[in-house]
Design a protein around this ligand. Structure first.
Ligand code: ATP
Ligand code: MG
Length: 162
């Protein structure tokens, strides 16, 4: 179950450019390949969820960027958008099932509020985590996946089986 995370990100980016042509997407230069133990189909689902959010919850034309890197024995994918952001009070809750920041508006956009809950479960099943920082013009979701597929020692996600 080894797969190339860089290749997965490139595939997700290619698909995004077709399905969300109204949002310019930049893939930052990074490692040429990054092989690790992961479930490619599920991690692709996580990437698609985060990229779709960056388009669906921002105005048309909003720039989206994605970057892959290696830090402290873990692979990281950073998905950022230049949209309006997520207010501080909502930041922890967006990972809850069915939680949407602006319910009326999100319903217009067809979201069910499940995407991030599912994405977080899938990443935790890899011993990893998703972190969020947000301010107007800069919302960043960072997915961290340990290289071995098991969480690094002392990492509490190691005990979270989904
Ligand atoms: P679904 O993914 O199930 O189709 P959804 O996108 O509404 O629906 P989540 O992906 O779980 O659900 O996101 C939860 C909420 O977090 C969204 O409804 C939206 O309010 C907010 N959100 C998520 N990503 C962003 C983003 N990049 N910018 C602004 N708000 C966001
Ligand atoms: Mg979503």
């Amino acid at each position: 179950r080894e797969a190339d995370l860089v290749e997965l990100v490139e595939q997700a980016a290619d698909a995004f450019r077709v399905t969300h042509a109204g949002h310019p997407l930049t893939v930052a230069p990074g490692p040429g390949s990054l092989k690790l133990v992961l479930d490619a189909q599920r991690i692709r689902q996580v990437l698609d969820n985060l990229l779709t959010n960056a388009a669906m919850h921002t105005p048309a034309g909003t720039r989206v960027s994605v970057a892959v890197s290696m830090t402290n024995g873990a692979a990281q994918v950073r998905i950022a958008d230049a949209g309006p952001g997520i207010p501080p009070a909502d930041r922890a809750r967006v990972f809850d099932r069915f939680y949407r920041v602006d319910k009326a508006r999100s319903r217009d956009r067809g979201g069910s509020g499940l995407g991030l809950a599912v994405a977080q479960s899938l990443v935790r099943a890899h011993g990893g985590r998703i972190e969020l920082t947000s301010e107007p013009g800069a919302t960043v979701f960072t997915v961290t996946i340990p290289l071995t597929g098991a969480a690094p020692p002392g990492h509490e996600a190691a005990t979270q089986h989904v």
